[in-house]
Design a protein around this ligand. Sequence first.
Ligand SMILES: Cc1cc2nc3c(=O)[nH]c(=O)nc-3n(C[C@H](O)[C@H](O)[C@H](O)COP(=O)(O)O)c2cc1C
Length: 354
Amino acid sequence: MGFYYEKLIRPILFRQDPEKAHDLGVLTLDYLGRLGGLCRLMEWYNRPSYAEPIELFGVTFPNAVGLAAGMDKNARFWRAAPALGFGHVEIGTVTRHRQPGNDRPRVFRYPEHNAIINRMGFNNDGAEIIAKRLKKDSAHKKRRIPLGINIGKSKVTPLEQAVEDYLFSFNTLVEYADYITVNVSSPNTPDLRKLQDKAHLEQLLGELCRANRNRARKLGEKPKPMLLKIAPDLSWRQIDEILSVVYDLQLDGLIATNTTIQRGAPLNSLEQSGGLSGEPLHRRSCDVINYISRSTAGKLPLIGVGGVFDPESAGRMVDNGAHLVQIYTGMVYRGPFLARELAHALAPKQRVWL
Ligand SMILES: Cc1cc2nc3c(=O)[nH]c(=O)nc-3n(C[C@H](O)[C@H](O)[C@H](O)COP(=O)(O)O)c2cc1C
């Protein structure tokens, strides 16, 4: 399937502006998600034969491969994801306020490096509209795979008011989520990454955990699993500090990594600013996962993301300690059925990269 995508469809898509091609993909998948019968048939066909469900932070994932945040920012096509072979979807990043993001063009492909640079800036419909959409969709469609909701800070909100901004999005969206991801690592919202500093993080995550516990107590439920998504550009010392906060607050896991602002050789000639994703990020993301896995004796649930393109890179992520993997740029280059291929390869009886 990947072969046909790369030879026939990708050349046509790559003639278009990357964001227009993305919008076309979203529209197609949005329609596919409405065709319940076809989705079920595709889901059955694409189900990885040997995949065993994976239990992580109290959620059951049918396979190890998820869609990374940023692809379905507005909860448009998550219903179609199981038909492509995904085992979970993370929507967002969603912010409290609806926002247009940065000026276009803001997404750039680098096929010679299997990479993308983006400076989207959290363009999204805002927490309230997205909650309404999820409510409508969830009412008549039983959810087939876990749904993560990734929340971030609105651009108009100053850093000092970030906690209230995140709390609003959390409270508005939490009932629709199987897990919540707190995003403090995108490079395209001014000052956002400062929230990775220990003092900021303690305050932000402390308040979100408190709100989560209070809500759960009121409803007589368990708190929703809460994860933190981190940047690849942190030092080991910064990661140690983050881990101490994660332990103190008993956070459920980490997602590593977001895009990088580093441009090592041979990429120093790429002049566009923004976050770099794809193959050039893979090694660093694996190193970060490996470091965290070793520091936590493999006990902290980890979702590995960054340059997963094929069974070998997915296997490398798992071998370095990831319990699940997510993909974004790989899907742009290798096509919509990459998840299916990876889920097959990662299934316990297959492990074809070994
Ligand atoms: C165009 C684009 C938009 C993205 N938007 C988001 C986002 O809104 N929130 C987020 O947490 N990550 C976002 N990401 C980062 C991805 O989720 C992922 O962490 C990163 O791209 C590394 O994975 P990859 O190499 O498989 O793409 C975005 C990535 C791309 C390429």
